[in-house]
Every structure is written in C-alpha cells, then in structure tokens.
Design a protein around this ligand. Structure first.
Ligand code: C2E
Ligand code: CA
Ligand code: CA
Length: 347
C-alpha cells in the first residue's frame, strides 16, 4: 500500500526525496513519508558575495584565535602567579570550629587554606584549588598547610589531647599518600598525636579506589580518623563506601540547607543518616546556620557540626580564643564522646 502511494505520488509533492502524499480511499486519508538523509541546504553564493564574505570570515577567525590565545595566556599567567605564591609561601590557614551539637563544646576545627596575595587580598580556595590540583602544585600547598597548622596550634593541641584538627586532602594527596608521610614527620616533631589529626577526603571520580583504600588504611593504622567529605555530592558509590576504612561522613552543606524545607532534596537526609548508621560511621554536619538545623540533627544523633551559627573560619588566635571561651562556658570535651570511640582508638 505504502509502495503504491509513493509511486502514485505526483512529482511536485516530492521534495528532495521526502515524499508527502495523501490519497483518499474508503473514507481514510493515509499520509506517507519517504525517509531521507538529513541534509543542510548549501547556499549558492555568487562570486561577489564570496568576495564580500572573506573579511568577515577572517575577522571571526581572528576573534576565535584571540580568545584561545588569551585563555591560554591567562591560564599560564594564573599558573605562574600560583607557582610564585608557593615559592613565596603566600598561603594562610583559617580554622573553623567543630562543635559537639548536643553540648555546644568545641571539639576541634577544620583547617581551610587561603591564598594571601602580596597586596594583602585574600583568594578563596575555590579559586585556586582546581588549578593547583591540575598542575600538581597542590602537593607543596598541602605541605604548607601542614607546616602552618603545626606551627600555629601545637601548643593548644599538646595541652588538650581531646582537641583535633581536620585537614582536607586532595585526590593527589590520597593517591600518593605523600601528605601523610609529611604530616607524620611534622606532628611527630611537635609532639602532636596522630589521633588529633583527622583527614577529610572528597569523593572524587579521579581517585583510583585501590590506591585510596591503601592510603586510608595507613592513615587509620597510624591512628588518624578518616572521613568522606561533601558526602552525597560526589561519585563514591555505595559499593565502594562499604569497603573503605572510614570513621565519619561529612554531610555537605547543600543537604543541611534543605532541613526544614519541604523539597525533594530534604528527603535525602534520612537516607544519608541511615547509610552512616549501617556503616557505623559518625556524622559531621557542614554549613549549620540555624538552631532549627541543630535541633533536627541532635534529634537524629548527628554528633558534630560546623557552620556560621557557631563561627566563621578564624585565625589561629581567634580559634584558640573561641575554644577557650566554649570550654569555660560548657566544660571540657572528652574524646570518649565520639560515637564508637573505644573501637576507633587504635593507638
Ligand atoms: P569544604 O571542605 O566543603 O569546606 C567547607 C566550606 O564551607 C568552607 O569554605 C567553609 O568556609 C564553608 N562553610 C562552612 N560553614 C559555612 C556556613 O555556615 N555557611 C557558608 N555559606 N559556608 C560555610 P572554604 O573555606 O571557602 O573552602 C572551600 C573548599 O576548598 C573546601 O570545601 C575544600 O574542598 C577546599 N579546601 C579548603 N582548604 C583546603 C586545603 O587545605 N586543601 C584542599 N585540598 N582543599 C581545601
Ligand atoms: Ca572539608
Ligand atoms: Ca562541602
């Protein structure tokens, strides 16, 4: 029938192989299409039009070329600036207090790097960490963060063995395990104990899982506590998660933001908490900004939290003052309050 229709179709209805034909028969009106390849019409330009279009094409090519050159230049100049920053040791560390949610006690802080440029301006990590990772400069930056936190906080860490500092490690630090060796040397010299340094590792597609597992096992054997950072936003599959030697999950701020809002995302939190419970991991909530969030988290046994409700990231002096003030107000914090502590204590 279709064949017949196609053959009957008048030539005028055939448009470059696509036939649109209709025939009325027995009260029905079938319509037939003959498939054709997708083609772009080629405009036929006159010689004069071609001549006129040449400068336009040249101009566009120049624009594209210029954009590429300037992107390459700005990347290489950004890289040059970052490289000199590493040489001049222009990095500083800020410490954001971590709070035991039920008691309000300060249990430690997360070390957060910043780049303080020669003119005094502060560059946030989000503007240079990915370039540092792509170029390998993250490795000396991690070393500088270790140097700074040991130099700035060793007094208070030696005085209070319950206090800890949490440090962010990049995929390369985890892959090679290099940062761990350097950390061991530096804290060993300063008399800081391994269980006073916790590591935060972001779920990342670029980490080779066996290498990561090996580094994490070494960390835990040495007595450090290990957590997955930004949990829920990365690529760590649950399949891998249960096979990784972990102590804690850091719940990303984006999930904490949804507490109290009736959105699809807010329904994810109970699942995160279930996963943590099933894997016997304790949780640290990131980006806590309201008392309503604290109440929700305490009700669900989330042990720790950090966020602007308690404090923004502080200088080392600011952090020590904050810690002392909390200690005076809420009493000293004991590490035995860490969920499952006796089993987590390995050294
Ligand atoms: P992160 O590990 O998720 O760190 C938490 C970020 O959330 C920090 O941003 C912190 O200042 C911010 N934050 C905490 N509480 C609140 C809050 O209540 N409200 C808001 N709006 N923000 C809050 P920061 O310091 O800009 O760090 C950004 C990211 O840079 C970090 O995210 C981490 O992935 C990376 N980073 C920071 N320091 C280091 C480092 O030493 N090494 C590596 N490899 N990465 C680092
Ligand atoms: Ca972190
Ligand atoms: Ca985060």
């Amino acid at each position: 029938m279709l064949r017949q229709l196609l053959d009957q179709a008048p030539q005028s209805d055939v448009s470059e192989g696509l036939l649109i034909s209709s025939v009325q028969s027995a009260g029905l009106t079938p319509v037939a299409f003959r498939p054709r390849k997708l083609q772009f019409a080629r405009p036929v330009l006159s010689r004069r039009q071609k001549l006129y279009s040449l400068p336009i094409i040249g101009f566009i090519a120049l624009l594209i070329g210029g954009a590429i050159i300037s992107a390459v230049r700005s990347r290489s100049s950004a890289l040059g600036a970052l490289r000199s920053a590493v040489q001049r040791r222009e990095f500083v560390v800020r410490y954001q207090p971590i709070i035991e949610l039920q008691t309000g006690r300060c249990v430690g802080a997360e070390a957060l790097v910043r780049w303080r440029r020669y003119d005094g301006s502060i560059v946030p990590p989000e503007e240079f960490i990915s370039l540092a990772e792509a170029s390998g400069l993250i490795i000396p930056i991690t070393d500088q963060v270790i140097d700074l936190l040991v130099a700035e906080l060793h007094d208070v860490l030696v005085a209070d063995r319950n206090l800890h500092i949490s440090m962010n490690l990049s995929a390369q630090d985890i892959q090679t395990g290099r940062g761990l060796d350097y950390m061991q040397t530096q804290i060993g010299r300063a008399g800081i104990r391994s269980d006073q340094i916790w590591f935060e590792m972001t779920e990342s597609g670029s980490v080779e899982i066996d290498a990561a597992r090996a580094t994490m096992m070494r960390m835990r054997d040495l007595g450090h506590l290990v957590s997955i950072d930004d949990f829920g936003t990365g690529y760590a599959s649950l399949h891998h998660l249960h096979s990784l030697p972990l102590d804690a999950l850091k719940i990303d701020k984006s999930f904490i933001d949804m507490i109290g809002h009736d959105t699809a995302g807010s329904k994810v939190m109970p699942y995160i908490l279930d996963i943590a419970a099933a894997l016997q991991l304790f949780c640290v909530a990131e980006g806590v900004q309201t008392q309503e969030q604290v109440d929700y988290l305490v009700e669900r046994n989330v042990a720790f939290g950090q966020g602007w409700l308690f404090s923004k990231p502080l200088t080392s002096e600011g952090f020590v003052a904050f810690y002392k003030e909390r200690k005076a107000r809420y009493g000293p914090y004991s590490r035995t309050a860490i969920p499952g502590w006796p089993e987590r204590k390995r050294v």
